[in-house]
Write a protein that binds this ligand. Sequence first.
Ligand SMILES: [Zn+2]
Ligand SMILES: [Zn+2]
Length: 388
Amino acid sequence: MQKLRDAVHELESEGGLDPRELSSLIDRLQAVLCRALYEGSKRGDHLLTGQTTCAWVATTCRLSGPAASDRLCVGEQLEAMPQVAQALGSGEIGYQATSVICHFRKKLREDLRELCDEEQWISHAKEDSIKDLGWLADHVRYVLDPDGFDHGIEEDWGKRFLSISESGGMFHISGVLDREGGAALESAIDGLAKRLTEDDIRSPKQRRADALTEIVYHAMEAGSLPRHNRVRPQISVSTTIEGLTGELGAAASELHNGMPVSSKTVQRLACDGLLHRVLKADSLVIDVSRATPTVSAAQWRALKARYKRCCFPGCDRPINWTHPHHIEFRSRGGPSTMRNLLPLCFYHHRLVHEGAWQVVRTGEGLRFIPPERPVLTRRRWGERRRAV
Ligand SMILES: [Zn+2]
Ligand SMILES: [Zn+2]
């Protein structure tokens, strides 16, 4: 070990290293580590700390649970696959490819493991990408051990989860989906996450997030989601006249869960939705009006007949994926008339309200005018000034 420490120390101060050779050396060392960990687990080293083998590896090597279990699997399987171990040791194949082969063998039923042809796998590992090798392993496993494959699918299904949590005014989503659900979600999101226009400045990650919001709105607006406590899923906002017009000093408008939202967002949501007027006196509700839609079904049908897609120049989001926007905002008294309405997709509707783009009717045409943005320039360290 001292020799290895010295060698690493020497490498640290050396320049012009060949990354390919270095990567191959790291892969070989990784294999040595896997074997050492597997031997340790066989000796029962983990019992000294009262941990499971996987937790012991994770703590010892400061790894995540899945990475720890990967190292143990490779250590165990390399013992039974001397040719693969040799190919990794000589740098013919990399660690990741070795790991795919090891997991493939481990997942096979014990009596089928002798069918794992090391030579063939080494030759595939040399030629194929890691992704292709993984696919091949899945397909071969399906042919060799269909029952085991089905069992694996059910095991994967058991691991699915989705968690949604709110913190600091943002929602955090994390989850794992099985191959069918994941492929369906990916396909639905990919279809909506393309750039809408040439100057769509959103990053791919932002476009995927917007696509998910659009899908959710679309499902809610279709009215086909099951009711909960006799109410279909929806978002509702409580506001006051002052809050809606964004007057200084007005109390913030609130979502149904109590989270405050900007007056610009409320103005956007007021373009399309059901409106209840609640009359209060000394904070007591004294009257609640019937819900009236901002845009009637007949007006929406007329909009659909007139426009086929979002009105933002260059945007081809179909009409059924748009919302009616009031050119003269509702909060400023804009009427719900055909001349004052036009369909905008979620992103462009947001751009007009929150992004301060202006829509102006010129004769029969429309003009979308971007806002004049104040540009922050740095004068000196820590000091900023505004320039237009
Ligand atoms: Zn609007
Ligand atoms: Zn659009």
